[in-house]
Design a protein around this ligand. Structure first.
Ligand code: SF4
Length: 312
């Protein structure tokens, strides 16, 4: 079966072995972040929509989860901002009703949490991972290129409000970009609002794959240590770079389709693909050649190696 809405399981740096659910078309987001590993946003919006019939998603989830694969999380993520989908609450409920043993995670940029309907949709997820990288408006605009309808003040208030209403775990991502959000003033402001949000964890992340803008550089260990010290939050932790864990994979799709779907969503090195799929390196290279024969397979060399990706 060809999957359009589920992908992986992938080996996620923050969530372990994770089956992805993608409820928005490529590349639909409220932001157009300079570090986005999915490429530039082609549809920037704050309007929530039903992008696909939920029945398609239910069929794919049932087909995959009925065999009881071992997963750490089923994760809403993929080609943009998942809370833009009006179906997200319904799909979470479907998973809770039909596959209650799986934990559900939502990777979100947090920009729509000021909307009570979005907060309500996420209430039964087990963990929500919003991003907050600055409380300075100028920096916010520079990093995220947000839709003009968004206001940083409302986003911050939405995060605090969500904490008040949601009893699951909040793992707050701070995306560290050296020279942009690493000054003492920036970090002091962040520290204050993080205390108000009171997340269960603060996860310091940095560029691991090519971003949209070439000038965005990864933070090094010393940068991250400094940010960790200045934020002074008990559960702050650095997101380790790609773990290269080899996992025995139960394929959601055929191997070629699985790799194609991964490359459509984010650039990957051969090692990333080996790690995500559990395949042998030679097999991954063979599949890349096969995909390259019929598809415009793009490459980009970065510090971590040669990245492959597909843009549609
Ligand atoms: S990083 Fe996330 S929030 Fe930013 S543009 Fe990409 S998908 Fe949207």
């Amino acid at each position: 079966m060809k999957s359009h809405h589920i992908f992986g399981p992938v080996s996620s740096r923050r969530l372990g072995r994770s089956l992805g659910i993608d409820l928005v078309p490529f590349k639909t987001c409220t932001y157009n972040c300079v570090y986005c590993e999915c490429g530039a946003t082609t549809y920037r919006t704050t309007k929530r929509e039903i992008f696909f019939p939920v029945k398609e998603v239910y069929t794919e989830l049932t087909g995959f989860l009925s065999s009881s694969p071992i997963l750490d999380y089923v994760t809403f993520s993929g080609s943009g901002e998942p809370t833009l989908s009006l179906s997200i609450g319904e799909v979470i409920r479907f998973l809770k009703d039909n596959f209650p043993s799986y934990r559900i995670a939502v990777l979100t940029n947090g920009s729509l949490l000021s909307d009570p309907d979005v907060r309500r949709d996420l209430l039964t997820a087990d963990v929500v991972l919003p991003t907050l990288s600055t409380v300075v408006n100028q920096t916010f605009l520079k990093i995220h290129n947000p839709d003009p309808a968004l206001s940083l003040d409302k986003i911050l208030a939405g995060l605090v409000q969500f904490r008040n209403e949601y009893s699951g775990k909040i793992w707050l991502e701070v995306f560290v970009i050296p020279g942009l959000n690493t000054s003492n003033d920036e970090l002091e402001g962040l520290q204050k609002i993080i205390r108000d949000i009171n997340p269960d964890r603060v996860q310091l992340n940095t560029l691991d794959r090519p971003g949209t803008e070439e000038w965005v550089l990864p933070a090094d260990r010393a940068d991250l240590d400094r940010v960790e010290t200045l934020l002074d939050f008990a559960t702050a932790e650095k997101v380790e770079r790609s773990p290269y864990r080899t996992l025995k994979t139960l394929y959601a799709t055929e191997p070629v389709e699985q790799i194609r779907e991964l490359l459509k969503r984010r650039p990957c090195t051969v090692r990333d693909l080996v790690s995500a799929t559990g395949m042998h390196t030679a097999e991954v290279i063979k599949i890349l050649n096969e995909i390259g024969a019929t598809t415009d397979l793009l490459t980009k060399r970065e510090a971590r190696g040669l990245f492959y990706y597909i843009r549609e």
